[in-house]
Design a protein around this ligand. Sequence first.
Ligand code: ADP
Ligand code: MG
Length: 430
Amino acid sequence: MNRAQATTLAFALAAAAATVVTAFVAYRGVRSAFERESANRLQQLAELAASQLSGADLADARDLGPEGTGLLNVQAQLDALTAATGLANAAVLDDSGRVLYDVRSGLVEPGTPSAYDSLAHDALARARAGHTVSLPALNREGRETRAAAAPVPAAPGAVIVTEAALGWAAQLARLRRDLALLAAVSVLGVAALAGLVLRANASQWALERRLSRSENLAAMGRMTAILAHEIKNPLAIIRGSAKRLGKLDESSQRMADSVVEEVDRLSETVNRYLQFARAGAPGAEATGDAAATLAATLDLLAGEFAAKRCALERPAELPVTRVRLDDASLKQVWLNLLQNALEALPEGGSVRVSFARTSDRAQVRMADNGPGIAADVLARLGEPFFTTRAQGTGLGLHLSRQLIQGAGGTLELESREGEGTTVRVELPTA
Ligand code: ADP
Ligand code: MG
């Protein structure tokens, strides 16, 4: 990941987190405002109702129960209160937490303990001591309700309890759902946006890398052209001199001939590199014989292998095999690959060359038992100018692969460190 991508990701994460936190805080704020409002209202109603109860009625209710008129007065007052305000319930308790009157339960046996006292004993004790209080949330058959209690001024120790259903619970649930939806949509939006930015950035990055790579290759092409040009002139002079030397001295004729031969091969190679640098691929119409060129290259290198006491195992048969690559290019490829093997081999090593053909493909394998190639090196082989040898150019594999691929074939290297390297070339037959 590059820096722009990391920044984008950090911004996206921050934006998503901010959205979620904002929605959560907004919900919490609305919810606690609702809670406060409804607690205040319940307390005010409890205080108001308490202030209107008379001490005489309450004493009468406690002492005479349904027999007296006090309880009837209290009943009338509380029934009117709940009817007018929409409260779920209202009740009056005496100084020891027993029911004097409870709207929901109606008239009960005098001395019945109140459910409020068992559910919220501590809060009611504070109310009896003279404070208006809110009771902990109550649960009525699965529905949450809130309640408050206020002391009755005219009858010390008596308290009045007001209870209301949460009318706003449904609205709050809807708000929570809407906010969650909003947060989810925003987070998805931010994620999609970040994804787009990351993708655009990644493809720009890849493009830049491809550009700089093709610039490198273009520079390499120009350099190759200059080098090839510089080499051609001296080659012409060497060739001329060798020809003349051969004529002057009969005994060196053979040596002079082989100098001329090698110079011609070099010139041809140089010409081809020049072509490469100028136009790209070499002539696609040319064909050559993969088998005959391999045999010639093996002959050419036999002496060098012997000098290093290395074995060079030749294929049993090399039948004529036409492929879409000219002879000189084919020789160049075989020479590059065999020279790589020879350079890698220790004294006494060996290379086994095998050749196989089907109706439409030719396959050449060169398996050496040299030191092999480390995985990280193997991954980079074929990059122009990549070499591990002090005297290497790092062009051999690259150019060989270009030639083979130009002819529609493949060139693969397989290697294990310590066990050797196998090069496999496949070419479609022409
Ligand atoms: P050069 O021979 O100039 O180094 P090449 O492109 O021909 O360039 O080869 C690149 C590298 O591949 C070599 O430097 C060497 O590390 C590695 N290599 C190629 N063939 C073999 C092989 N048969 N055994 C071990 N290493 C090899
Ligand atoms: Mg090489």
